[in-house]
Design a protein around this ligand. Structure first.
Ligand code: UTP
Length: 296
């Protein structure tokens, strides 16, 4: 059996929800406290046993390559200054080989994944999206890889969302479940409100068999005028099993503004240095906001 050792991280989207910040800076480089979101994703891949990562980039995404490059001068300075903890942080992603490919035009997530087909070849592989950070033990991707190793089939990570949120996600139409694993009838990308077949939403973590590329190759544009990965997964499911797996762990939506702010707050509250000063500052902000306005 071929094991899952390669991962694709699509990062060529326009990041319109964070404009103007993303005009010249990739959305994937926006930090949660002091770490770019894409580094959380790379670390999850490493901790799940991935050995090679290909990041799909596009126009204006140079900062991602610079970020994962060796920073010899910086590393030497940190070592000299005895800042070993920071040095370890800076070197953390060097445990994996990172490759890059360009998606010339942002035609959709499905197209971005297809761009990496030659790098993947004839192996099962993972896809991780930077819009979701998952904090879990074992890591979210490792949970999916474990399922792949018992089913030998594609496995898509899902978690339930509220009825109102289903229209923002790819949603699965389950047939039956065995524990946390679902056999799926179909996958629907961004169903209209009230039309979702379930509340199980795809959360940016996938293990896919290489046959997906045959379907991506002929996939026409779908929701939002983009080539959708969800649509190709639906077609793959017609010829081989594709399972959905309800992974455990806390999922943070960093792809939209409120989610990004809440994630930053939650991570800061879990940080020993920041927790107390943040709570104090928040109390002051709230008190100031509630003060009656002084006129004149
Ligand atoms: P999103 O739709 O969340 O990202 O795509 P976006 O398009 O950058 O953001 P908004 O909606 O305009 O604010 C999910 C993931 O797929 C990648 C994105 O970079 C993101 O990580 N993607 C999307 C591509 O790589 N190429 C595409 O053509 C579209």
């Amino acid at each position: 059996m071929k094991t899952v050792k390669k991962a694709i991280i699509p990062a060529a989207g326009l990041g319109t929800r964070f404009l103007p910040a993303t005009k010249a800076m990739p959305k994937e480089m926006l930090p949660i406290i002091d770490k770019p979101t894409i580094q959380y994703i790379v670390e999850e891949a490493i901790e799940s046993g991935i050995e090679d990562i290909i990041i799909v980039t596009g126009k204006g995404k140079r900062a991602i390559e610079d970020h994962f490059d060796h920073a010899f001068e910086l590393e030497a300075k940190l070592e000299e200054g005895g800042k070993l903890k920071l040095l370890e942080e800076v070197q953390r992603s060097s445990r994996v080989d990172i490759h890059y490919i360009r998606q010339k035009e942002p035609k959709g997530l499905g197209h971005a994944v297809w761009c990496a087909r030659r790098f993947i070849g004839d192996e099962p592989f993972a896809v991780l999206l930077g819009d979701d950070i998952v904090v879990s033990e074992p890591p979210c991707l490792k949970q999916l890889i474990d399922q792949y190793e018992t089913t030998f089939s594609s496995v898509i990570g899902v978690q339930p969302v509220s009825d109102a949120e289903t229209q923002r996600y790819g949603i699965v139409d389950p047939i039956y479940r065995d524990g946390s694993l679902y056999k799926v009838r179909n996958f629907v990308e961004k169903p209209a409100l009230g039309k979702a077949p379930s509340n199980l939403a795809i959360m940016g973590r996938y293990v896919l068999t290489p046959e997906i590329f045959d379907f991506l190759e002929m996939q026409e544009t779908g929701a939002g005028g983009e080539i959708q990965l969800t649509d190709a997964i639906g077609r793959l499911n017609e010829v081989q099993n594709v399972f959905a797996y309800h992974f455990t762990g806390r999922r943070y939506d960093v792809g939209e503004k409120l989610g990004f702010i809440l994630t930053t707050l939650d991570f800061a509250l879990k940080n020993n240095e920041l927790r107390e000063p943040l709570l104090h500052a928040m109390e002051q902000l709230i008190a100031r906001d509630n003060m009656p306005k002084v006129i004149g």
